[in-house]
Design a binder for this molecule. Structure first.
Ligand code: NAD
Ligand code: UDP
Ligand code: UDP
Length: 324
């Protein structure tokens, strides 16, 4: 990359699952990366190898407090993503989404940086439109146990659009659907990491409810490519744009795939369904296809196999550069 094309890029939440992949990707593209994280769910081990990189810098900081740095672009990923974690301290979750967005937008305004927000399919709530396109306004409970996350992310989208209209900021909003892959935390409570760890330990896979609820799972590498295309899209385009894999599976199907692919002897057990758990979710990615030329390429079985390999190595203590 020519020196002139190389940028200084801030990644908030850079020590988390998606953030660590993004930092790695941006360094490989020749950019300077400033990773900001308070290690609430992320870990230094996720970025241990990057610490030796001359163009990588790490700062422990909570985005609910102001941040004064000089950067050309900002990816705002800081926020716990697993329901178990974001419900653990729900007030902090809303603060992170809302105060974090205000601070990062204020920073972007001062330094005239492009800024991308990691929003979520959760803004659609328990959707009454299927599949979900960006035109759909959602069906969200404002006072339930998921609201700290859903409404926090919705408010962040509002702030991004208002900074664009009011302050002419160059913003980008990605609505991310369930994404999985290596470096998910093994205990973070999300379905893919739970099922794989249970399968590898020959323990029963815990299906919440009757397992008929659906999700669409995107492999991490596909998503990171989508982030890059969105950040580099024309100034006039801000999204929101869905980034996800349209393949839709019930949790029962997912459990069966993981048992088969890992060669596990695990059985399946059923546990109560948490409240407000969306019954179905599948992205309409027409907008991403037409505007960004993006679509996922990694099939579920392939992505799950790679993720199972990662967790296997993790259990065997064969990785010192990843989450413990
Ligand atoms: P993650 O929990 O692995 O990473 C989040 C990171 O943010 C962690 O490193 C955590 O320590 C950090 N963080 C949390 N609060 C912070 C704060 N106040 N200040 C600074 N850092 C803070 O989750 P992830 O899966 O990597 O998700 C990253 C982003 O993508 C989140 O904003 C999430 O809402 C969004 N997202 C993820 C998915 C998914 O399936 N992985 C789906 C939709 C949206
Ligand atoms: N901010 C920041 N870094 C900066 C500039 C601003 O963290 O480089 C924060 C600051 O806390 C401020 C918020 O971003 O309150 C919003 O900034 P903005 O300029 O939009 O509003 P104001 O400063 O008028 O509150
Ligand atoms: N789920 C499950 N067993 C688990 C963890 C989750 O059946 O051990 C279900 C959960 O109830 C939800 C789906 O899997 O219906 C996806 O859950 P996850 O927490 O991964 O993501 P989200 O609900 O935010 O999409």
């Amino acid at each position: 990359m020519k020196e002139a094309d190389s940028k200084r890029i801030l990644v908030t939440g850079g020590a988390g699952f998606l953030g660590s992949h993004l930092c790695e990707y941006l360094l490989a593209q020749g950019h300077d990366v400033l990773c900001v994280d308070n290690f609430y769910t992320g870990t230094k081990r996720n970025i241990a190898r990057l610490l030796r990189h001359p163009r990588f810098e790490l700062m422990r900081h909570d985005v609910t407090f102001p941040l004064y740095v000089e950067v050309d672009e900002i990816y705002n990923l800081a926020c716990p993503a697993s329901p178990v974690h974001y419900q653990n301290d729900p007030v902090q979750t809303t603060k992170t989404s809302v105060h974090g967005a205000i601070n990062m937008l204020g920073l972007a305004k001062r330094v005239k940086a492009r800024i991308l927000q990691a929003s979520t399919s959760e803004v659609y709530g328990d959707p009454q439109m299927h599949p979900q396109s960006e035109h759909y306004w959602g069906h969200v409970n404002p006072i339930g146990i998921r609201s700290c996350y859903d409404e926090g992310k919705r408010c962040a989208e509002t702030l991004f659009m208002d900074y664009r209209r009011q302050h002419k900021l160059n913003v980008k909003i990605a609505r991310i659907f369930n994404t999985y892959g290596p470096r998910m935390h093994p205990n973070d409570g999300r379905v893919v990491s739970n099922f794989i760890m249970q399968a590898l330990n020959d323990e029963p896979l815990t299906i919440y409810g009757d397992g008929s609820q659906t999700r669409s799972f995107c492999y991490v590498d596909d998503l990171i490519r989508g982030f890059d295309l969105l950040m580099r899209s024309a100034d006039g385009f801000c999204g929101p744009v869905n980034l996800g894999n349209p393949g839709e599976y019930t949790m029962l199907q997912l459990a069966e795939r993981i048992i088969a692919l890992s060669g596990s002897r695990s059985s399946i057990v059923f546990r109560p369904l948490p409240s407000d758990d969306p019954t179905r979710r599948r992205p309409d990615i027409t907008l991403a296809r037409t505007v960004l030329g993006w679509e996922p390429t990694v099939e579920l079985d392939e992505g799950l196999s790679r993720t199972i390999d990662y967790f296997r190595q993790l259990r065997a203590g064969e990785r010192d550069d990843e989450v413990t």
